[in-house]
Design a protein around this ligand. Structure first.
Ligand code: PLP
Length: 468
């Protein structure tokens, strides 16, 4: 599960242009402004991200900067999103991904996936709007929210976004009134007990309810275009897909028996990068067994695409020394300028445990110590793993890591160990911060929810598609 650490190599944070035959990479900072393209000689995606992190923090002096200059910021590698798409195409050939915008509505991600031919799963008016503004045709959008706001539904009808899910009779009456030509996907209940975020306690018709729902749709002269399910976000049990595909087949059969001509199966989201290949194999086999090649299959992946593409760096704004005089031990509480009410909302909403790593310490910047070894409660040894003789023999310092708000639940890590002495003004970074993070950040206590994203692109193919 734990990813490899980013190479923090200060010398890559330059504007020099170096071409490497095999591994050409391009760093692009401040994409939104289009101002600066940095061709680095970085050799790997990790090095590129490290270079972009370093470049930003070296330009900021937290001890003397303007308000907000030391704010937390993201570095996003569009090459990683691109690679995930190629991997999807390889392992799930039959399935057209409709990226779940809710997971990370980053404009560059949307632009890249649109250029790659993906569709989009939108859950609200503003998500639909954002995707349409990117130039995506309404036929590539599914309004995958079984319980829709009426005014949003009117908007959807006006924009001709026809595909949408439903799972109850009240919604069918609503759709009949507002958008009778809609293409309806009956979302069914799944066993999502092995997922991180369970969704079926809120959405999904039970198989027992299907005859009534299809019967009412027939009576109202509505269009049943397909079946949808979601096995839960962060799913871990491939057999959930097996059962859901089998159930979906039975709904197709019932719909066809009533004279509907359903043409699309939507297998939802739930894919996780670490287990994707295995899940995809099980799903593909089930699809081939139950649905003919002519059947259109779509999915709604979210975290699979963006989780590993985003890294966040946070500044240490305060430190409290905690001394246990009886035991003669000292530890520190570190306060960062981002936390659970900000981009670390994933700790509360998405059951994540972000892993801290040292980006810069004054000690490091002075060039005295480039070995970093840090360890979370789980025992995972992070950062320059294997190169950390100094860490293993050295003394580990204990920290707890907190967000900037006044709330006691604003805790990022209760216990973290590092050989580094981390102090006010230093920077930590966290990988795997691209899913259900920025999108659910708040402005609680007056802290910003508008954190900058620096874009890098470790794949020439993605750079070309993005016109970088
Ligand atoms: N589709 C729907 C309807 C969802 O509710 C979600 C997540 O909540 C997703 C897709 C994306 O799920 P994931 O990020 O697990 O792929």
């Amino acid at each position: 599960m734990a990813p490899s650490a980013i190479d923090i190599i200060p010398e890559y944070a330059t504007n020099e242009s170096v071409t490497n035959n095999h591994k050409y990479v391009q760093a692009v900072s401040d994409y939104e402004s289009g101002a600066e393209h940095v061709h680095d000689g970085a050799k790997t995606a990790k090095e590129m991200i490290g270079a972009a992190l370093q470049k930003h923090v070296q330009a900021v002096d937290p001890h003397d900067c303007e308000v907000g200059e030391e704010d937390a910021f993201f570095v996003a590698d569009m090459g990683e999103v691109y690679r995930q798409h190629l991997r999807w195409k390889k392992h799930l050939k039959r399935v057209t991904p409709h990226f779940a915008v809710k997971c990370n509505p980053d404009p560059m991600v949307i632009k890249l996936l649109a250029a790659l031919g993906a569709g989009f799963d939108c859950a609200s008016k503003s998500e639909i709007d954002q995707v349409l503004r990117t130039g995506v045709d309404p036929t590539r959008i599914i309004y995958a929210q079984p319980c829709k706001t009426k005014s949003y539904l009117r908007y959807t009808a006006k924009q001709d976004v026809k595909q949408m899910t439903f799972d109850n009779t009240d919604e069918l009456y609503k759709i009949k009134e507002i958008f009778p030509n809609a293409e309806l996907f009956l979302r069914i209940f799944t066993d999502d007990s092995a997922s991180l975020c369970r969704l079926s306690q809120k959405f999904g018709a039970s198989i027992d309810a299907v005859p009534e729902l299809l019967g009412l749709a027939k009576q109202l002269d509505l269009n049943i275009a397909g079946v949808a399910f979601h096995v839960g976000s962060g799913a871990s049990d491939p057999s959930a897909f097996l059962k859901a595909v089998t159930d979906a087949r039975s709904v197709f059969d019932q719909a066809q028996a009533l004279g509907f001509q359903p043409h699309t199966l939507d297998v939802g989201g739930g894919f996780v990068s670490e287990t994707f290949d295995e899940m995809a194999a099980v799903l593909s086999t089930a699809l081939d067994e139950h649905f003919p090649p002519s059947m259109r299959i779509i999915a709604e992946p979210g975290r699979y695409y963006t989780s590993s593409a985003f890294t966040i760096a946070c500044n240490v704004i305060a430190r409290r020394t905690v001394e246990d005089k009886d035991l003669g031990v000292k530890s520190y509480m570190l306060y960062l300028n981002d936390g659970v009410y900000g981009n670390f909302s994933s700790i509360m909403f998405d059951h994540q445990h972000p892993i801290p790593r040292v980006l810069t310490t004054r000690h490091k910047q002075d060039g005295f110590n480039y070995s970093t070894e840090s360890m979370t409660d789980s025992g995972y040894i992070s950062a320059e793993e294997g190169s950390g003789e100094a860490g293993r023999n050295g003394k580990l310092i204990e920290y707890s890591i907190w967000g900037p708000t006044c709330d006691g639940i604003d805790c990022i890590a209760e216990k973290w160990h590092s050989v580094e002495t981390v102090d006010v003004g230093d920077w930590l970074y966290f990988e795997e911060m691209g899913a259900y993070t920025k999108c659910s950040a708040t402005r609680f206590n007056g802290f910003t929810d508008k954190h900058e994203t620096k874009y890098v692109c470790s794949e020439p193919g993605a750079s070309a598609l993005l016109g970088l």
